[in-house]
Design a protein around this ligand. Structure first.
Ligand code: NAG
Ligand code: NAG
Ligand code: NAG
Ligand code: NAG
Length: 309
């Protein structure tokens, strides 16, 4: 593996996961026995490991620096035809390596840098949704305030909508670039600072939900073209196809995540058995919690090369 991009496969799989070919091949239960192990290994690693010609003219850009990456080998991705350089790879976000609260804590910290009050308002938003969504008039208020494509009709819908908001807060943090960009959504520079503008004073009740609807409006309607907000399905990142990510994390890349319910997120426990059962329900597969750590030596990166951070 002297000329490969080590394990940077999170975004790699996401890049291709929206396609029909991907869906029919990798989510096809009738292929299950055949595809689960060999194929997922092949796609993630063997292809990446092949020696490929070096590329020129690519630049790797982060918040802090631009770096030419001409010296990196790019994966020849035969399934999706195009070459790919994967990034955004949380290579230590695995069982026993990183505490399950780390991801949401970092996300909350990103928002807190803009405003602690903004974080407190977002947190209060969850219980406010539950309170106001407890009757039909409240559900109607929420649906029209947030301009939802499908109205909320039950407490179960309120739960799903809470998850939708929490995913959106994560997406904001992932694309909190100092310049306008359109990676996951069209957004201005420093989108979190922008999102917090209506949330800088402590709010409650309907006023709080109205302010939060300005946040969804920023994320989903910065161009002004959105007719309504689609809280079902892929949420904030339809182009990436969450389904691919979900499948990957239901097989080889189990990433424990939890929140104690204090920051931008409501309380979420990490329970591997529950997670595994949900994977089985959705894809007919069960995750292998420690496989990736055992196979790739966990935090021991001494023999890896070409890692970009
Ligand atoms: C699933 O795989 C079977 C067997 O290879 C194939 O006949 C079927 O068309 C596939 N289904 C989809 C939805 O691609
Ligand atoms: C490969 O990249 C080209 C150029 O960006 C694009 O037009 C094409 O759709 C891509 N193919 C796939 C299979 O993603
Ligand atoms: C999106 O913005 C436009 C222009 O401000 C507005 O007319 C429209 O109602 C907005 N859509 C949603 C879903 O909020
Ligand atoms: C919740 O988690 C945050 C971040 O790790 C921590 O600062 C805080 O003390 C915790 N609060 C409680 C009540 O556990």
């Amino acid at each position: 593996m002297d000329n490969c991009v080590y394990l940077l496969l999170g975004a790699f799989l996401l890049a291709g996961s929206g396609s029909d070919a991907f869906t029919s091949t990798f989510f096809n239960r009738s292929n299950r026995a055949g595809y689960y192990r060999p194929r997922s290994t092949e796609i993630n690693f063997n292809l990446l490991a092949k020696k490929t010609p070096l590329q020129t003219g690519y630049t790797y850009r982060t918040l802090y620096f631009d770096q030419k990456v001409d010296h990196f080998g790019f994966a020849q991705d035969q399934t999706f035809k195009n070459r790919s350089l994967a990034a955004s790879a949380p290579i230590w976000q695995f069982t026993g390596i990183t505490p399950c609260n780390a991801f949401y804590d970092v996300t909350t910290a990103t928002w807190a840098r803009a405003s602690e009050t903004c974080v407190a308002n977002a947190n209060k938003g969850y219980s406010t949704l539950e309170q106001i969504g407890a009757d039909a008039a409240g559900l109607k208020f929420i649906s029209s305030t947030f301009r939802l494509c499908d109205a909320l009709t039950s407490m179960a819908d309120v739960e799903t909508f809470k998850g939708f908001l929490s995913d959106m807060y994560v997406d904001f943090a992932m694309v909190d670039y100092p310049y306008p960009a359109s990676f996951l959504a069209d957004l201005p520079a420093w989108p979190i600072k922008e999102a917090c503008k209506p949330l800088l004073a402590p709010l409650s009740g309907k006023a709080l939900l109205e302010a939060l609807s300005q946040v969804t409006n920023l994320y989903f309607n910065y161009t002004g073209a959105a007719k309504c907000v689609n809280w079902k399905g892929d949420g904030g990142t339809p182009a990436l196809g969450y389904l691919g990510w979900d499948y990957q994390s239901c097989t080889e890349m189990v990433m424990p995540m939890c929140s104690n319910g204090t920051g931008m997120f409501y309380k979420m426990d990490w329970d591997f058995q529950v997670y595994s059962d949900n994977c089985f329900k959705q894809f007919g597969v069960r995750p292998r919690k420690d496989w990736i750590k055992d196979y790739y030596w966990g935090t021991d990166l001494s023999s890896a090369s070409n890692i970009i951070f």
